[in-house]
Design a protein around this ligand. Structure first.
Ligand code: PEP
Ligand code: MN
Length: 342
C-alpha cells in the first residue's frame, strides 16, 4: 500500500501516519521529496486491508497495491482447479460442463421430460430452481422443498447431477441434502454471511456474478468461500447491467477471458440470463466457449410458452439438441472434452 501525502504535508502529519502504521504492526518506508512524501507500507494482506488511512490529516490518497483476494488467484495456484460433481462429473482443467434445465421446477412431468431430453442431447448437469429470486413478490416464487424432490428424482432418472439455487442461507443445509451443486444467484453474490456458510460446506458452489459487480468483486466474493475451506467454486458470467435494453443483460465475454487469466477456478457462461432471448442463446454459448469458458448453463423447457419463469429465453429440447451440435466442434477445437469421467 502507498500512502501519498498532500503537497508540503507537515512533518508532524507524516510522523503521525508512520506512528499509526508502526503501532498496527506494518512497516513504513518513507520516500521524502521537496514537495511530496510517499509512504510505502509493507505488511500482511489482512493487516493492510484493515488500515483505513483516507481522511487522516495530510493524506491525499491511499493506493492499494495488493489484490484484495489471494486464494482464488493464479499466483496462489497456477494450475486450473478441477471441481468434481457427484460421482461421475468434472469441471475445469479441460473438462467442459453443460448445465441445462428449466428456470424453475414446475411439475414432475416437466422435470422428467426436460431431464431426459437434455441428458440425451449430452448435458452433464441438470439445473432447475426450487427457490426463485423474483423481482416482483407477486411472481411465482418456486415450489420449495417439493421442487427439490422433483428435481432430484428427475436427475436420478436421467443420470445427471443437480444444480440448484440457495436463495436464503437458512435453507443451505436443506438444499444440500438434495443437490450436488449449490448455486448462489446474482442477487446474493455479496451476501457475505451466505458465502461464509457455504465456505464451510462440502458441496461445490456455482457463484453467479452480481448484476453490477466488477470482476474484482466477483473474485473477492469467491475468496470468502475458499477462505472458509471450500475450494470447489465455479464462477458464472451471467450478463451485467448496461444501458442496452435489446438484450436482458450484456454478456461480458471479456470478463470470461480475464477471469481465466486471473483465477484458477472454472468459469461458466450463462447465455440465457445474459441475453434473455432464445435466438441468441446458441451463438453466445459458442462465443463463451471460444472465450475460454469451462462450461455453459442454458435454460431449457419442454413448453416455453407456458413456462412459469423465463419462457422467452428458454430453449426447446430440439433447440438444445441443435445447440449441442454447434458446440461439439468447438469443444474439440479448444482442446477440451466433455466433463464426464469414463
Ligand atoms: C437462475 O439461474 O435461475 C437465476 C435466477 O439467475 P441469476 O441469479 O443469474 O439471475
Ligand atoms: Mn431463469
Amino acid at each position: 500500500m502507498l500512502v501519498v501525502m498532500r503537497d508540503h504535508a507537515s512533518q508532524s502529519e507524516i510522523d503521525h501516519v508512520v506512528d499509526l502504521l508502526t503501532e498496527a504492526g506494518a512497516q513504513a518506508h518513507l520516500s521524502q521529496g521537496e514537495v511530496k512524501t510517499i509512504i510505502g507500507v509493507i505488511g500482511e494482506r489482512e493487516l493492510i486491508y484493515s488500515l483505513d488511512f483516507e481522511g487522516l490529516a495530510g493524506v491525499e490518497e491511499v493506493i492499494r497495491v495488493l489484490k484484495p483476494y489471494k486464494l482464488v488467484g493464479r499466483d496462489f495456484q497456477p494450475e486450473d482447479t478441477v471441481v468434481r460433481v457427484g460421482a461421475h462429473f468434472v469441471v475445469g482443467g479441460g473438462a467442459l460442463a453443460v448445465i441445462a434445465g428449466p428456470c424453475s421446477v414446475e411439475s414432475e412431468e416437466q422435470m422428467v421430460t426436460v431431464a431426459k431430453a437434455v441428458a440425451a442431447a449430452g448435458a452433464t448437469m441438470l439445473r432447475g430452481g426450487a427457490y426463485k429470486p423474483r423481482t416482483s413478490p407477486y411472481a411465482f416464487q418456486g415450489m420449495g422443498e417439493e421442487g427439490l424432490k422433483l428435481l432430484r428424482e428427475a436427475a436420478n432418472e436421467a443420470g445427471l447431477p443437480v444444480v440448484t439455487e440457495v436463495l436464503d442461507v437458512r435453507d443451505a443445509e436443506k438444499v444440500a441434502e438434495w443437490a450436488d451443486v449449490l448455486q448462489v444467484g446474482a442477487r446474493n453474490m455479496q451476501n457475505f454471511m451466505m458465502l461464509e456458510e457455504l465456505g464451510s460446506m462440502a458441496k461445490p458452489i456455482l457463484l453467479k456474478r452480481g448484476l453490477s459487480a466488477t470482476i474484482a468483486e466477483l473474485l473477492s466474493a469467491a475468496e470468502y468461500i475458499l477462505k472458509g475451506g471450500n475450494r470447489d467454486v465455479m464462477l458464472c458470467e451471467r450478463g451485467i447491467r448496461t444501458f442496452e435494453t435489446y438484450t436482458r443483460n450484456t454478456l461480458d465475454l471479456a470478463a470470461v477471458a480475464a477471469l481465466k487469466q486471473l483465477t484458477h477456478l472454472p468459469v461458466i457462461v450463462d447465455p440465457s440470463h445474459a441475453t434473455g432471448r432464445r435466438d441468441l442463446v446458441a451463438v453466445m454459448s459458442r462465443a463463451g466457449i471460444v472465450a475460454g469458458a469451462d462450461g455453459i448453463m442454458v435454460e431449457v423447457h419442454h413448453d416455453p410458452e407456458h413456462a412459469k419463469c423465463d419462457g422467452p429465453q428458454s430453449l426447446t429440447p430440439a433447440d438444445f439438441q441443435e445447440l449441442m451440435r454447434g458446440v461439439q466442434p468447438l469443444v474439440e477445437l479448444s482442446g477440451k472434452h466433455m466433463g464426464w469421467e469414463e
